[in-house]
Design a protein around this ligand. Structure first.
Ligand SMILES: Cc1cc2nc3c(=O)[nH]c(=O)nc-3n(C[C@H](O)[C@H](O)[C@H](O)COP(=O)(O)O)c2cc1C
Length: 268
């Protein structure tokens, strides 16, 4: 099947999802893909595109076994007329639970035919110098698997004439999905004296939660705990305070240190 465009749409505060989608696209052999990075709120507020004879790689991290709510809403507003999708989730070596199924179902409800899907591993958002979780993932092996996944998708495309030739795609997960975790506002980020006011954290935040007027303090009521600001800070001046979130990071680093491997799924 000849597709007209390859599109990448991702939500990726700490960029592991983006990295994997780019590697899958490389494996597909596409020189140029259209990219819609929905990490920033101003992009999410634009009208989502309509897809025709296209293939769209949809990517999001796993947040508590589900899709991040802002990403899920954007994906649910896409329109596909004969377009194919490859849903991909990135998780921090604990579990992806219902997130991949949620992304696949969301894509299909928009009219996409799902050709393949994947769950890959990225360094956990809560991973830091005190508690390290899935460090440096995706690593070379993960990227090689993402590239090979892209090659296999390209091969599959050659073997079909139209979306009608694609059988059902089965991925792990349960419906009804697990209940979304409702977290109250949590004040877990400390800005240390090393902050030199460079402002790199401002655009890194996908939730406009950083208050420029207040020495780059975080507004807990807006924060989605993605830790993108901590990872983006060139001075290492944003750190996780002692408290419940750091306790979760400790638990994750102790209980989920055994390496998990990427999984890929193909339509029958
Ligand atoms: C609020 C929140 C919840 C998360 N929940 C999970 C989870 O349930 N399972 C898991 O393995 N990783 C979980 N993670 C880790 C991310 O899925 C993982 O770090 C992912 O690679 C981040 O993608 P990104 O780099 O594209 O932002 C969570 C991260 C955050 C911020």
């Amino acid at each position: 099947m000849n597709i007209q465009h390859l599109h990448l749409i991702y939500f990726s505060p700490t960029r592991t999802t983006r990295h994997i989608l780019e590697e899958i696209a490389k494996g597909m052999g596409w020189e140029a893909a259209t990219v819609t990075d929905i990490t920033q709120p101003e992009i999410r507020s634009q009208k989502p595109p309509v897809f025709g004879n296209d293939l769209v790689l949809l990517g999001a991290p796993v947040y508590s076994g589900r899709l991040p709510k802002d990403a899920a809403r954007y994906f649910s507003e896409l329109t596909a007329r004969g377009a194919l999708a490859v849903p991909v989730v990135l998780y921090g070596n604990r579990a992806y639970e219902d997130a991949l199924l949620e992304l696949k179902n969301t894509a299909e409800a928009c009219g996409f035919a799902s050709l393949a899907a994947g769950a890959f591993i990225g360094e956990h958002s809560f991973s830091g110098k005190d508690y390290i979780i899935a460090p440096n993932r995706p690593d070379k092996e993960d990227l090689a698997k993402a590239f090979a996944f892209g090659q296999k998708i390209a091969g599959l495309l050659e073997s079909i004439q139209s979306p009608m030739d694609i059988g059902p795609l089965t991925v792990p997960g349960q419906f009804p999905y697990k209940e979304a975790v409702a977290r109250g506002p949590m004040d877990f980020i400390q800005v240390t004296e090393d902050c030199d006011g460079c402002g790199v954290c401002l655009p890194a935040c996908p939730a406009t939660a950083i208050d420029e007027a207040n020495r780059y303090a975080t507004r807990p009521e807006r924060c989605m705990y993605c830790c993108a600001c901590i990872k983006a800070c060139p001075q290492g001046a944003r750190i996780m305070k002692e408290g419940p979130l750091k306790g979760i990071a400790k638990m994750l680093s102790e209980s989920f240190s055994a390496r998990k491997e990427p999984e890929t799924f193909f339509a029958g």
